[in-house]
Design a protein around this ligand. Structure first.
Ligand code: ADP
Ligand code: MG
Length: 695
């Protein structure tokens, strides 16, 4: 398939527009504007009000005034370097138009004495008298139409004059063909949205300042167009995956019942809901592609295990993959007791297995003697064969981008897929980043969890902190002490951590303190972790962030040094390592003064709330979508009109509508389908176009 001809001019070179030469084109490129099409979606952010007034009298300095004047006389500069002044008279008085480095003959032609002129420009007060320096407009009253009442102001880059930009936009708008409507007519009617072309013209030519609002119909429609195009891509990917060979897995629930009966607690409502959603997906003949999203400690592991048991009950196998070896081991130790309680065979495949052990395990897996296997993501690519793989659980931790995940799914098994993510994501981002998946949310924590008391402590109070830690340790409590990577060199960070380790050993006792860091041999690291887990050490000093997912319920104190260097999500994860039992927990965020304003706000948010979703929302508000998920690797398009932060509802609408369209017209062959293809071209959804092409 190739781009529809009607769109060719919009994808031509910028230089094809009158008034744009190579230099302007280059300057525009800095704003990510490389084709006329890009200009369409670069909307004015404000307007200059050029509505006419009678007199300059009473006009505010710094505001633009537009008024009719009579030219009285020209006052050429008395000395070099002084401005040229033209005295004019309005309805109530006399004032001056001021020009620097002006050519007298040109000014005399523009402003002949005795002539009437409409002038518009910024008001300045000089020596208590109002004046206009270099008016933006000076036209005879017969050409009043040259001055827009509300002049759009575009974001500018150096090297592009406002006028050039306005002209370029106008030219680009003239290239927009009449396009068929891709929005559901009922939705458009209900929202009161104009057609695409009308919306573009309106958004670029605001009639009132309210037209600049995100909620103005024209702008909302264009935002929707962007979101809809993105959601069409995701919906196409989803539809294609669902069409692919799927397995229907249903179990009798016997294994699950045995596990639940053996647990000392009951499922939370959210866990039960998620399991039911997964069960329904697995029973369906389509391939499941579901995201399990939940805050730290919300109990994702148990949900994942229940899903794996459905696969086993159905006579098949399951695999659980983690991004790192350590996390894979964590999963292993969390799942093993659960597996034992129902007699399911669970094994791990790690990089540390001997060749012989590995061979035996692979053979057992192929023979179906292992029900569930745990390992790293490498399990995906390796020559691992299953007898009957039904479910792959992918513990994502560090989020994959849309593109990465699509690749992974293409390479991966034909089995159902459950992706777990430990970091809550605001709804709008979840919709855009995971719109191709179905989502289960664990928005409820197991009962009886104590909140973690969080305090900000300046590094100057180190001695006090260590003294309090010594008291806590004497009472049998355990603590993590995190030293972040701060310096450019990992080596000097390591030195800092070692020093802290020695310092704490001196204060708390030689064998009460352990140390783990990235440079350690894995076996040694495991030993240090195990000793902490078993309570042999009371304090664990760690350089890099303690891996997400570490579970030592007896640890109730988390100290983070130089907390100002961590992101919100990371700090929230770290804090989630404590507060995992019914005992009271504390988190000390130590910082080195002075804090930047942004760092102080981050730390304050953590002090105020423990709700991962709220923290994620605040993070989004503070940093913007690109930084929260990393637009580069997220595969998210940069929306030029739509705003992820404030328009989550619109994104949800786009998702529903895109899925509905594909349900009704899977080949996009009908009139609306054809219109939607046009939109995909216009919005450069190449991935979607490829998906359509391969059918
Ligand atoms: P997550 O992976 O979502 O951070 P985990 O699965 O590690 O959370 O669960 C955290 C802790 O909560 C574990 O110790 C687990 O045994 C416990 N847990 C899980 N579900 C429940 C529940 N319904 N009631 C009480 N405790 C639970
Ligand atoms: Mg976990």
């Amino acid at each position: 398939m190739s781009r529809p001809e009607a769109l060719f001019p919009l994808f031509g070179k910028l230089e094809s527009l009158a008034g744009i030469g190579p230099r302007t084109a280059q300057a525009l490129a800095h704003m990510d504007i490389t084709r006329p099409r890009d200009l369409l979606f670069t909307l004015p952010h404000t307007v200059i009000d050029r509505q006419r007034r009678d007199s300059l009298r009473g006009a505010d300095a710094g505001r633009v005034a537009t008024l009719e004047v009579t030219v009285r006389r020209h006052l050429a500069p008395a000395r070099k370097g002084r401005p040229y002044r033209v005295e004019v008279e309005d309805a109530q008085g006399v004032f001056a138009l001021v020009f620097f480095h002006a050519r007298a003959d040109w000014l005399e032609r523009q402003l002949p004495v005795g002539a009437r002129r409409l002038v518009s420009g910024k008001v300045e007060i000089f020596d208590g008298v109002a004046q206009i320096v270099h008016p933006d407009y000076m036209v005879p009253p017969s050409r009043a139409g040259d001055i827009p009442l509300l002049e759009p102001v575009y974001p500018l880059s150096a090297g592009v004059a406002a006028k050039t930009m306005r002209k370029a936009v106008a030219e680009a708008l003239a290239l927009v063909p009449d396009l068929p409507e891709w929005i559901d007519p009922a939705l458009r009617a209900q929202e009161g949205w104009p057609g695409f072309r009308t919306a573009l013209l309106g958004a670029h030519d605001p009639a009132t300042p309210q037209d600049l609002s995100r909620d103005a119909p024209a702008r909302r429609r264009l935002a929707y167009d962007e979101f809809f195009a993105h959601q069409m891509t995701l919906a196409l990917a989803r539809a294609r995956r669902r069409r692919a060979r799927g397995i229907s897995s249903t179990g009798d629930g016997a294994l699950r019942r045995r596990v639940l009966d053996a647990l000392p607690y009951r499922l939370t409502g959210a866990q039960a809901r998620a399991i039911a959603e997964i069960e329904a997906d697995m029973a369906a003949p389509e391939r499941m592609n579901r995201l399990l999203q939940g805050d730290v400690g919300s109990g994702k592991t148990l949900v994942a295990f229940m899903a794996l048991l459905i696969a086993v009950e159905a006579g098949g196998q399951g695999v659980m993959m983690a991004p790192t070896e350590i996390l894979a081991r964590q999963h292993l130790s969390a799942l093993r007791p659960l597996a034992e309680s129902c007699g399911v065979v669970l094994e791990a495949l790690t990089g540390r297995d001997t060749a012989r052990a590995r061979k035996a395990r692979l053979a057992a897996l192929a023979a179906g003697d292992i029900d569930i296997i745990v390992g790293t993501h490498a399990l995906f690519q390796k020559d691992v064969r299953f007898r009957d793989l039904r479910l792959a659980v992918i513990d994502e931790q560090h989020r994959f981008g849309v593109a990465q995940r699509m690749e992974l799914a293409a390479k991966g098994p034909a089995s159902d897929v459950l992706v777990m993510t430990a970091t809550p994501i605001p709804r709008s981002l979840a919709l855009s980043q995971y719109g191709d998946m179905d989502v289960s949310v664990l928005d409820e924590k197991p009962p009886g969890r104590q909140s973690v008391a969080t305090a900000l402590v300046s590094a100057g109070r180190m001695d006090e902190v260590v003294a309090r830690l010594a008291e806590a340790v004497a009472q049998g409590r355990q603590a993590y002490w995190v030293c972040p990577l701060v310096a450019e060199s990992e080596l000097s960070d390591l030195t800092a951590a070692r020093e802290r380790f020695e310092h704490l050993r001196a204060a708390l006792g030689e064998d009460r303190v352990g140390l783990v860091h990235g440079q350690m041999p894995p076996a040694e690291r495991d030993r240090a972790m195990a000793r902490f887990h078993d309570g042999e050490t009371s304090v664990l000093v760690a350089t890099t962030a303690i891996e997400v997912g570490v579970d030592v319920p007896n640890a109730t104190i988390m100290v983070v040094e130089r907390a100002e260097h961590f992101g919100l999500a990371q700090l929230h994860q770290l804090r989630g390592r404590v507060g995992r039992s019914s005992a009271a927990s504390t988190c000390l965020l130590m910082y080195r003064a002075p804090l930047t304003e942004a760092a102080r706000r981050r730390l304050e948010i953590l002090r105020r709330t423990e709700d991962g979703f709220r923290i994620a929302e605040e993070d989004l508000a503070m940093r913007g979508a690109g930084d929260v998920i990393g637009t580069e690797q997220s595969g998210l398009p940069r929306f030029r009109v739509g705003d992820l932060e404030s328009q989550a509802g619109l994104m949800a609408l786009a998702q529903r509508d895109a899925r509905k369209l594909l349900r009704e017209d899977p080949e996009l062959a009908g009139p609306r389908g054809a219109a939607a293809r046009m939109l995909l071209w216009l919005m450069e959804q190449d991935r979607a176009i490829r998906l359509i092409s391969v059918g």
